[in-house]
Write a protein that binds this ligand. Structure first.
Ligand SMILES: [Zn+2]
Length: 298
């Protein structure tokens, strides 16, 4: 257990009582410190990492699933790969590969380049879903709004905010109403007004507790606020998983590294923890996969 674990932020869900609109508000709190633990990200890269991590939590919050959701940002800009992963119970981890020197003062366009956002949902035994969104919008929030329109046809508005001290976000979603319903026109007006209000919410309000934020956002509308769910920075890497990875790399390669370095060490790209296997560990790992006498190696 590292210092960064076991702390975190919270996610709260709310519903408008009289209209088909729902929302999720997340504040990463000390989970944000956890995500950057032991790393030295330039501010622009940190902001992109934080926004994507918050987006992963908000996306996971909109789903009913048991498993993990992964947001992968792949591009040809200063950031080559950014991965943020959130489980159904909001255990969050994230990592980013970037061109160090050039990324320091880069704006969104030069960080991401001609990129795409890949959304992967692994839903236990029920299977795996993957959606790809070209990064045409000028922000993570805008790209996810595109994703929701494409994948679920639900009008969605996101606001993501991230700096050194705080990292948070809010998602509003308009739920379906029967077409031609008299409520429809009224709901559209209310929705448009809510989106405009969200866009203009001052940062300190976005950073405040959900109970403090809602009156500023919803004004005259009655709102139902649900209890807080904890959001923590926690990596799912384990000796067992790393062992599986080593097995898949294969005995020959593992022994080559062993001969060269005296041990095989795998560093988790998410949390930076290193998993070390000495010669005896490596022998034990592959003993069950050795061919029986008489069998040939293919
Ligand atoms: Zn890890």
């Amino acid at each position: 257990v590292t210092e960064a674990e076991g702390q975190g932020g919270e996610l709260r869900r709310f519903l408008l009582e009289a209209h088909p609109v729902r929302g999720h508000h997340v504040r990463l709190g000390s989970a944000w410190t956890g995500l950057r633990h032991g790393r030295d990200y330039p501010p622009a890269v940190a902001a992109l990492l934080g926004e994507t991590a918050v987006a992963a939590v908000l996306l996971a919050a909109t789903l009913k699933f048991t498993g993990k959701l992964t947001l992968q940002l792949k591009g040809n800009g200063r950031v080559s790969l950014l991965v943020a992963q959130c489980t159904h119970d909001f255990q969050l981890r994230a990592t980013v590969s970037f061109d160090g020197a050039a990324a320091a003062d880069a704006d969104f366009a030069s960080l991401v380049g001609n990129g795409q956002l890949v959304v992967t949902i692994e839903h236990g035994q029920a299977g795996r879903y993957q959606g790809i969104v070209p990064m045409q919008a000028a922000s993570i929030a805008g790209s996810l709004e595109d994703y929701f329109l494409q994948s679920e046809q639900l009008p969605t508005r996101l606001r993501l905010q991230c700096d050194v001290t705080s990292c948070n976000g809010l998602l509003l979603q308009r739920l379906p109403t029967p077409p031609g319903d008299a409520v429809e026109d009224n709901t559209r007006q209310i929705w448009d007004h809510l989106c405009a209000t969200l866009d203009e919410l001052p940062l300190p309000v976005l950073d405040a507790s959900t109970a403090e934020l809602l009156p500023a956002l919803m004004r005259e509308h009655d709102c139902r606020l649900y209890g807080a769910a904890p959001v923590v920075c926690r990596c799912s890497c384990s000796r067992e998983r790393v062992t599986g990875l080593l097995r898949s790399i294969g005995a020959r390669e593992a022994h080559e590294v062993l001969a060269e370095q005296g041990h095989v060490t795998i560093v988790c790209e998410f949390c930076g923890r290193s998993w070390r296997f000495d010669a005896a560990d490596v022998e034990r790992l592959f003993v069950s996969s050795l061919p029986e006498p008489g069998q040939t190696l293919n």
